[in-house]
Design a protein around this ligand. Structure first.
Ligand code: SF4
Length: 389
């Protein structure tokens, strides 16, 4: 199909095939693709509004048996002097800080720690949900898989237990690239692509809030990337057809690597990573291909807030969250190593600088507050802009 017919097909709202998606990438430059993606964005989210979220990311343990080659966060042995499992006191004080900021969500993510019994997870969720008025979006499909190993339960049973304990959502971490050729090379001990999708499908069948993610820059090919997007799109089709909410958001970011990761130390390191234009082109491309996921996020932690502003003109209607702390991509060299917190005022300012109106949301895209309703953006000053762009 020629370029004009392809553009017309996207404008009409027709789904693109794998071959057409590859043509879109190869025939269109970034600005052309961004413009098409923005048409799709406004068809699905007509308001000139961009959402953001106040939350805190808490990494409850850094002990992990997966040894992913791109990770500098984990410690393999629980005896490592830097290995930790956060105490309840520490978690509680982090949650209180988040509440003081106005958070509606806590993200809990950690390594696959063989020393933690199943009751650690269920009790943690039970305790947090009974103590704090927050949406708990916790773990990832690979952490759920770890729980099946220590509990001898199925992943559906684990998810059912966690939901009964108060789990609100399952974030889409650990997807990286959903293609086993790539996964075997970068994280051979982690669950394969099919298992990630299976656990996500089960979470969606239970009505948990779920997000889809993608990390680019592992030396993957375009075919690997389109395979990833197609698998997400297929699962979303199945969940929506079953009357379930499916993924409410797609988020992508770039693989960060430094000498603290084995990929970063590899002699092939020059092949890894992705620049701002590559990231933004992938953002636009994903919006067009993933035609059944309503919200797409332009992510600030790895490429910086000013690149995230451009993403709002390449198909995205969300700029992410405050995070408050970040310990995984930051340790592998992301800008979040020096600046891991974006205040609500800064997020609003970046949204306004990009030409949109900020809207505070929760993790299920319920509107918490429109900026005009509380005047926060009037308080924001240019000298408050994050320096990690
Ligand atoms: S990325 Fe996650 S699963 Fe992989 S080693 Fe790091 S903590 Fe473990």
């Amino acid at each position: 199909m020629g370029k004009a017919e392809l553009a017309a097909k996207v404008r009409k709202g027709s789904r693109v095939s794998r071959a057409e998606a590859l043509d879109l990438w190869n025939l269109f430059d970034f600005t052309e693709l961004a413009s098409l993606a923005q048409e799709v964005r406004f068809r699905q989210n007509p308001e000139r509004e961009v959402t953001y979220l106040i939350d805190r990311n808490i990494n409850y343990t850094n002990v992990c048996n997966s040894d992913c080659s791109f990770c500098a966060f984990y410690r393999h042995s629980p005896k490592d002097p830097e290995a930790y499992v956060l105490s309840r006191d520490t978690i509680a004080s982090k949650v209180r800080e988040a509440l003081e900021l106005g958070a509606s969500r806590i993200l809990l993510q950690g390594g696959h720690n063989d020393d933690l019994p199943y009751s650690f997870y269920t009790n943690l969720i039970q305790w947090l949900s009974s103590e704090f008025p927050l949406q708990l979006n916790a773990f990832s499909p690979s952490e759920i898989h770890q729980m099946t190993l220590v509990s001898q339960k199925s992943s559906l049973e684990v998810l059912t237990d966690l939901k009964a304990a108060g789990l609100y959502g399952l974030p889409g971490g650990g997807a990286e690239i959903l293609d086993d050729e790539v996964r075997k090379r970068i994280s051979p001990k982690k669950i394969p692509a099919g298992r990630w999708l299976e656990v996500m499908g089960e979470a969606q069948s239970l009505g948990l809030v779920t997000t889809a993610t993608m990390v680019i820059g592992f030396g993957e090919t375009l075919e690997h990337r389109i395979a990833h997007l197609e698998r997400l799109r297929d699962l979303q089709d199945r969940s929506l057809a079953a009357g379930k909410p499916g993924f409410n958001l797609f988020i992508s970011w770039t693989h960060q690597f430094n000498e603290r990761t084995s990929l970063g130390r590899s002699r092939h390191a020059a092949k890894y990573g992705a620049g701002a234009v590559e990231y933004l082109k992938n953002v636009a491309w994903s919006r067009i291909v993933l035609d059944n996921i309503k919200h797409h996020q332009s992510s600030w932690p790895t490429c910086g807030a000013h690149v995230a502003e451009i993403g709002l003109h390449a198909g995205c209607d969300d700029i992410g969250s405050t995070m408050m702390e970040e310990n995984v991509v930051s340790q592998a060299g992301a800008p979040t190593a020096s600046k891991w917190f974006m205040s609500p005022e800064e997020l609003e300012l970046h949204i306004r600088q990009a030409g949109f109106e900020p809207v505070l949301r929760d993790s299920n895209f319920n509107v918490v507050l429109r900026a005009n309703d509380h005047g926060r953006s009037e308080e924001a000053r240019p000298d408050g802009i994050a320096s990690n762009g």
